[in-house]
Design a protein around this ligand. Structure first.
Ligand code: PRP
Ligand code: HPA
Length: 178
């Protein structure tokens, strides 16, 4: 696991002061561009979820970078992927929750019939910062009475304490930064 994690670390670029002063932006585009690194991300997440959870009904991908990993991972697990989107993108009846971002304010939505009460869902995004986005996604699942098994991310920015905000929901991350 050490060598594979190092490969992933080499494929994440830090950009100071993007998209605004004071934010050190972790850019995953090199990771997506390298097929070995991208495959490694999916391999590691797949192995973790298979070992940890005997039954998962759906993967829920978070708009927009969670969509890069959610459907691929769901295919590996042989299950479906549902979408949690930014406001105004989903047709039909929706539930919505507004939240504060590391830089800004936004609203997330899910279609009201996306998951049934009691279904077991793993949420996936590229990165956990303050946890505001993931927390809103958990609230959406709560509104639909689904069970959140875990919040999985590729990158966790530890110093922003997102995992604490998400308690009691477990957080799993492949790479951690301070
Ligand atoms: C980023 C990132 C996470 C979220 C993390 O997305 O992809 O979804 O911020 O921040 P938080 O833990 O402080 O909420 P962003 O809202 O920038 O949108 P994008 O994926 O559409 O670029
Ligand atoms: N990198 C990428 N996406 C982000 C970040 C970051 O540091 N913070 C919030 N979303």
């Amino acid at each position: 696991l050490g060598a594979r994690r190092r490969l992933l670390e080499e494929r994440v670029r830090p950009f100071p002061d993007f998209p605004c002063p004071g934010v050190l932006f972790r850019d995953i585009t090199p990771l997506l561009k390298d097929p070995i690194a991208f495959r490694t991300v999916v391999d590691l997440l797949e192995a973790h979820l298979k070992a940890r959870y005997p039954q998962i009904d759906f993967i829920a991908g978070l708009d927009s970078r969670g969509f890069l990993f959610g459907p691929v991972l769901a295919q590996r697990l042989g299950i479906g992927c549902v979408l949690i989107r930014k406001k105004g993108k989903l047709p039909g009846p929706t539930e919505s929750v507004s939240y504060a971002l590391e830089y800004g304010q936004a609203e997330l939505e899910i279609q009201s019939d996306a998951v049934e009460p009691g279904e077991k869902v793993v949420l996936i995004d590229d990165l956990l910062a303050t946890g505001g986005t993931m927390c809103a996604a958990c609230e959406l699942m709560k509104k639909l009475k689904a069970e959140v098994l875990e919040c999985a991310v590729v990158i966790e920015l530890k110093s922003l304490k997102g995992a604490e905000k998400l308690k009691p929901f477990p957080v799993y991350s492949l790479l951690q930064y301070d």
